[in-house]
Design a binder for this molecule. Structure first.
Ligand code: FAD
Length: 371
């Protein structure tokens, strides 16, 4: 089997899959390299006893940039993904009752910007959940998938990447490389002399947030209120509020709820800090819904380091890394918005730079048959 590809995409999260899928539709010889067993990155399906859900919250405010980024995906998949735009009012628990959430007032948490994204007054209601996006993109990908393959080093010759080292031993060659993993990894992947010192400093800085998520499968329906909840404790502490929501349920005996908070990456290595933030989330949920955490069917914790941060790295206009002409950065973290919108938008920018701007713009089907 040939190991000389037209494109090697590193990372099979949402952005890597959009890029690899589209390139492979155009008869390019594409390799998709993924460190885990399966494709999908953080957008994957989680099976609970009575339902299948996203790996944590997957909300998107119905902004212009969000709708544009989803339209790009609809064109890639030729499917209608947006069902409707929901007018919604985030809520909080205060003075013993659920009330409209009106903002953080004078004491915003340090991760205010991370939370604010989720508290929009309009949210997109999906025809197709985000875990289905990655599943379909992967199913339709026509190139070669390399699971359990960690890209460990770019080998650079004449200002171009010639090959990547995988798992420290195997070499894969290509004309073009598209990196879609966390930006911090570039410090290890790119030989030092090809990363200018300013870029290195920005990547090395500890200014990322770690996302701490907790999903519950409750043994009864807790509430019909599907609004986003912003729950704060009674005391101000450095752990701050959590945010989440109860998923709609038609069954009296089950309901899923999903919650997140953020911890400074520099402190997140300390398991006690993570444990304290989980404990606090539970306390906040229990205050608002005293029965919610009794007889839980399942409880699932996720810790996602380098979730977002203020590290802006300056790419060339064509989204390549300065000084390396065939290394494109497709990672959602390279975009201003470090979320689903950023992952889709960065993929779109890279594809446009590679000359694939008109990503399969057939009219999306109205009733996708996903069977
Ligand atoms: C719990 C949780 C809840 C979230 N909720 C929301 C939400 O409600 N709304 C929203 O907009 N966003 C949300 N997000 C963020 C959003 O899901 C991400 O920003 C987006 O999916 C990132 O996509 P990506 O493709 O850039 O990265 P990822 O999904 O992280 O994919 C990167 C992939 O690269 C692989 N990889 C990394 N390094 C290497 C390497 N060296 N070699 C090979 N493979 C490698 C990884 O294994 C991974 O599969 C949430 C994220 C989490 C974790």
């Amino acid at each position: 089997m040939s190991t000389n590809f037209d494109y090697i995409v590193i990372g099979s999260g949402l952005s890597g899959l959009c890029i690899a899928h589209q390139l492979s539709q155009q008869n390019a010889n594409v390799a998709l390299v993924e460190s885990l067993d399966v494709a999908g990155g953080s957008n994957k399906k989680i099976s609970f006893p009575h339902s299948e859900v996203n790996n944590g919250l997957r909300l998107m405010p119905a902004t212009e940039s969000a709708l544009k980024s989803v339209e790009f995906l609809e064109n890639l998949l030729s499917l209608k993904i947006v069902k409707s735009i929901q007018e919604t009012q985030p809520v909080t628990f205060e003075g013993g009752q659920i009330k409209p959430f009106l903002g953080f007032g004078e004491n915003p948490p340090d991760f205010f910007e991370e939370l604010q994204y989720f508290t929009s007054a309009t949210l997109i209601d999906w025809n197709l959940e985000p875990y289905e996006w990655t599943r379909l993109l992967f199913e339709r990908f026509k190139g070669q998938f390399f699971p359990r393959s960690i890209a460990t080093r770019f080998q650079i010759e004449n200002d171009k990447v010639a090959s990547i080292l995988v798992n420290g031993s195997k070499t894969l060659k290509a004309e073009n490389f598209i990196f879609c993993g966390p930006l911090r990894e570039l410090l290890l992947l790119v030989p030092e002399k090809f990363l200018n010192s300013r870029l290195r400093q920005r990547l090395a800085k500890n200014n990322f947030w770690t996302l701490v998520g907790i999903d519950f499968s409750h043994s009864s329906r807790i509430t019909d209120l599907n609004s986003v909840h912003v729950l704060n404790g009674t005391t101000q502490d450095e752990i701050g509020p959590c945010l989440g929501r109860f998923l709609p349920s038609t069954d009296q005996a089950h309901q899923v709820s999903q919650w997140i908070t953020f911890v400074d990456e520099a402190e997140a290595e300390d398991t006690e800090v993570i444990a304290a933030s989980l404990k606090k989330m539970k306390r906040q949920i229990k205050r608002a819904y005293p029965e919610a955490l009794e007889n839980l069917q399942t409880e699932r914790i996720s810790v996602t380091p380098l979730y977002s941060g203020i590290n802006e790295i300056k790419l060339q206009g064509n989204q390549t890394l300065p000084g390396i002409e065939n290394l494109w950065i497709g990672s959602g973290q390279a975009h201003m918005q470090k979320n689903l919108i950023g992952a889709l938008s960065q993929a779109q920018l890279v594809l446009a730079a590679l000359g694939f701007a008109s990503a399969a713009a057939d009219q999306p089907e109205l009733n996708p048959d996903l069977a």
